[in-house]
Design a binder for this molecule. Structure first.
Ligand SMILES: Cc1cc2nc3c(=O)[nH]c(=O)nc-3n(C[C@H](O)[C@H](O)[C@H](O)COP(=O)(O)OP(=O)(O)OC[C@H]3O[C@@H](n4cnc5c(N)ncnc54)[C@H](O)[C@@H]3O)c2cc1C
Length: 459
């Protein structure tokens, strides 16, 4: 059962205003917990591409607040055809020269009653921001440094790049794949401080639906499809209430490293994308042909090589991509961010959590109940990316085996019983809160790194 809104004196700092930070802020403020989002950019903003939201994520939204579900329903786009409403993706042979309208799917992944639910990122964010109190966010606040002053003022202090300082009872890093909070937590030289290149990248494009229908035919354009082939795969699904087709074309390059150490997105051209997919059939080439001449190439990085051994240390905690950045091949990264936000909001708002020291216990319960599932996703998503590209050991282009394995993996993601998981985590939280000395013990077991270069100082 949810907790009624209560006024707590606790003050939570949320670093980063992406989907994780915003969802968490909604969940906390709706429960009467004070929080501030510190966002490095001048305003909230998401890149204008589509993101697909699965059943588990929809359930987590409802647990954050019913208004989040309302926002989602305003922007969610499902497959257009009634007969495709439960289909997540129809899987197609991307190398086939058979025209799209005549080509039959190899197999389909079906999630009854849910199917494909895609949102235009920027529009979804706009709707979510409307649910936040006006003064909850501070912009142009790029976290640089954390000072642990629990012994002095009893607070955690944050220093920002602009020289300003803020304090809170706890800091939750929702600052994404390149998280500064994570590098502070583990130390800059730690291998988990930095996400690694998975040797896959993606071209992304939004295409007017009418043009897509002309080249693919209506069935293939207005419903979601995944076009498979060796070393490459392409996703097409409707967003923006069917007005736009979202295309994401993935490629594997095991031979070269990503050419930039600081940028995950680099400019490229449609000609380059077409050349990359030259071995594919005409259907895929026709889709790419509709993208704008100037495109971006996105590097797919994740935290799979060096998963974190804990998502918290004392009163610093990580959520979303900051904790478990994953490749996008299960279409579940954002969904798991939303699950994290639901967990943290509900556990922090628990009536037994009253003192700043209790937040350390909340974070240890959150870590215990979230880390295994979220780190499994990172590993499984890599495997899925290889399945789509006929690179998975023991499967290759055996579509029967591919279908069976994908159904098992997606079933684990989609059928998550978050209500029960939260009940278990809450029970565990209460047990931990009632063990004398546990909060202190937790921070003693994992003391802060004192090296100033890592950005954390003991006051
Ligand atoms: C190509 C691609 C396709 C994807 N498709 C899907 C999909 O279909 N379905 C799905 O569920 N997921 C998908 N994902 C994953 C999903 O996009 C991410 O999991 C999700 O957006 C992460 O949200 P976040 O809020 O944790 O991080 P972010 O969205 O990265 O937000 C982090 C925020 O923190 C801010 N910030 C960073 N550093 C600092 C600092 N030092 N101080 C203050 N603020 C800071 C940033 O400006 C940003 O606003 C995809 C990812 C990629 C790359």
């Amino acid at each position: 059962m949810d907790t009624p809104p209560t006024k707590k004196t606790l003050q939570i700092a949320i670093v980063g205003g992406g989907i994780t930070g915003i969802m968490l802020a909604i969940g906390l403020t709706r429960r009467g917990v004070r929080c501030t989002i510190y966002e490095q950019a001048a305003q909230f903003g998401e890149l204008g591409a589509g993101v697909s939201i699965s059943r588990n994520a929809v359930r987590a939204m409802g647990l954050i607040d019913r208004s989040v579900l309302g926002a989602f329903n305003i922007v969610a786009t499902r497959n257009k055809w009634e007969s495709k409403k439960s289909v997540w993706f129809d899987f197609m042979d991307g190398t086939s020269q058979e025209p799209a309208a005549r080509l039959k799917p190899l197999f389909a992944m079906v999630d009854p009653g849910v199917g494909q639910n895609a949102v235009h990122r920027a529009r979804f964010l706009d709707e979510l921001v409307r649910l936040l109190p006006r003064d909850v966010a501070q912009f142009n606040k790029k976290l640089d440094h954390i000072l642990d002053d629990r012994i002095g003022s009893g607070k955690m202090l944050m220093k920002f790049k602009d020289g300003s300082v803020a304090e809170a009872d706890a800091i939750i890093g929702c600052d994404g794949i390149k998280s500064r909070t994570r590098s502070i937590l583990v130390g800059e030289d730690h291998p988990a401080a930095t996400a690694m290149y998975t040797h896959k990248y993606a071209y992304r494009g939004l295409i007017p639906m009418q043009q897509a229908i002309q080249v693919l035919g209506e069935e293939r354009a207005v419903n979601s499809h995944m076009w498979l082939g060796p070393n490459r795969h392409v996703l097409t699904f409707p967003v923006d209430h069917g007005k736009t087709l979202n295309m994401v074309a993935f490629a594997t390059n095991d031979r070269e490293d990503w050419p930039s150490s600081s940028k995950l997105t680099l400019p490229t051209t449609k000609a380059e994308a077409l050349d990359d997919f030259r071995e594919f059939g005409q259907n895929v080439k026709n889709i790419i042909q509709l993208a704008p001449d100037k495109m971006d190439r996105w590097a797919i990085f994740d935290l799979g090589n060096h998963p974190l051994s804990a998502y918290h240390k004392g009163r610093i905690c990580l959520a979303g991509d900051a904790a478990h950045a994953t490749s996008p091949h299960h279409g579940a990264g954002a969904g798991f961010c939303i699950e994290d936000a639901a967990f943290l909001a509900r556990l922090i708002a628990d009536p037994q959590v009253q003192e700043p020291a209790h937040l350390e216990v909340v974070f240890s319960a959150y870590d215990a109940h979230r880390r295994e599932r979220t780190q499994w996703l990172v590993r499984s998503s890599r495997r899925a990316g290889n399945l789509y590209e006929w690179l998975a050991q023991g499967v290759g282009s055996n579509f029967k085996s591919m279908e069976k394995e994908l159904a098992e993996r997606l079933g684990y993601i989609w059928s998550y019983d978050i209500d029960n998981a939260l009940r278990e985590a809450t029970k565990d939280l209460h047990r931990r809160l009632n063990v004398p000395g546990l909060p202190r013990l937790d921070s003693q077991v994992m003391p802060f790194v004192t090296n100033d270069e890592n950005g954390v100082e003991m006051a």
